[in-house]
Design a protein around this ligand. Structure first.
Ligand code: NAD
Length: 296
């Protein structure tokens, strides 16, 4: 039996390539007098959200995307937030709108997500985009699953015909991930909290995408030798040395069985921001195309 370890899939390096592509797209749009603009709306003072928003804005600016920051107090009501979104929808100089989740409990997330103009919905959560994705149309697609697809493309090339198992069925990761894998011609299974023997199903997979939110749930016993493992999970755990981030996959045991694996951190995380910016460019292009069509 081979005792070689899985190759690490370097999300940081691949995200850097995506950000270069975005910067090149931004330069091309500048030739037409267009600078893509991303509006980021943060309600309240959730610490993790503040960090995410700061990173998104920093990366946007590095790629030449104009960023607009709307920091609203925790006391902001739903009607007030909807007014901000309506203004951003109507502003032709704003190409992408991102409302950082989670929102305070008094605000209905579904109502807010569906108030965003689908052509500016850079998170790809609006039902118009979700439906379009299922039908294989040119729409804005959720950032984390798009980033995972790019990691797979860079690692495996053509994944047509592979058996992929997605662990988790959330609207933001699991379901769109399974849809994208299906579009790439994989045979796809989704396992979730009610699956009977999720590990046995997972052992059939050539590709495993874990998006659960349980530290180290998936260990070597869940994996077929040679499987490619994408770990979306981000979990903070306390250790005697202090707190640290780990994924849903028990990296140490999994890498003895898998052929390639994303580390946490440094795997999927950087791809999510990179694809948010890619979506901002895609949204800008879709808006220009739709403005041209209106003139015809
Ligand atoms: P979620 O809580 O919305 O969904 C979790 C899913 O896991 C559910 O569908 C549930 O059925 C399934 N599940 C729970 N227990 C299970 C079990 N024992 N076996 C199999 N399935 C089980 O979570 P989410 O928003 O999809 O996020 C999942 C993880 O991914 C979290 O750790 C989150 O922080 C992380 N995440 C990371 C990024 C990134 O950029 N890397 C982006 C989004 C989410």
């Amino acid at each position: 039996m081979s005792n070689s370890f899985a190759k690490d899939i370097d999300g940081k390096a691949i995200a850097a390539c995506v950000l270069e592509e975005v910067a090149a797209d931004v330069r091309e749009l500048a030739l037409h007098g267009v600078t893509p603009a991303l509006a980021v709306v943060l309600v309240g003072s959730d610490e993790a959200s503040q960090v995410y928003v700061r990173n998104k804005i920093l990366r946007a600016e590095q790629a030449g995307i104009r960023s607009l920051e709307y920091r609203l107090p925790n006391t902001t009501g739903q009607a007030e937030l909807l007014e901000v979104i309506a203004e951003l929808n109507a502003d032709p100089l704003v190409n992408g709108i991102l409302v950082q989740l989670p929102l305070p409990a008094s605000i209905n997330e579904g109502v807010v997500i569906h108030a965003i103009d689908p052509i500016k919905d850079v998170d790809g959560f609006h039902r118009h985009n979700v439906g379009g994705l299922v039908q294989g149309q040119e729409v804005l697609t959720p950032c984390t699953p798009s980033g995972c697809m790019r990691l797979l493309e860079e690692t495996c090339g053509d994944i047509s015909g592979k058996h992929a198992v997605v662990i988790g069925r959330s609207n933001i990761v699991g379901k769109p991930m399974a849809t994208l894998l299906l579009q790439a011609h994989c045979s796809v299974s989704i396992v979730h909290s009610r699956s009977v023997d999720a590990a046995a199903l997972c052992r059939l997979a050539d590709i495993v995408v874990a998006a659960v939110g349980r530290p180290g749930l998936i260990d070597a016993s869940w994996l077929k030798p040679g499987a490619v493992v994408i770990d979306v999970g981000i979990n903070r755990i306390d250790t005697p040395e202090g707190s640290r981030l780990v994924g849903d996959v028990d990296y140490a045991s999994a890498r003895a069985v898998a052929s390639a694996i994303t580390p946490v951190p440094g795997g999927v995380g950087p791809m999510t921001i990179a694809y948010l910016l890619k979506n901002t460019v895609i949204a800008t292009r879709l808006q220009r195309k739709s403005a041209l069509m209106e003139k015809i």
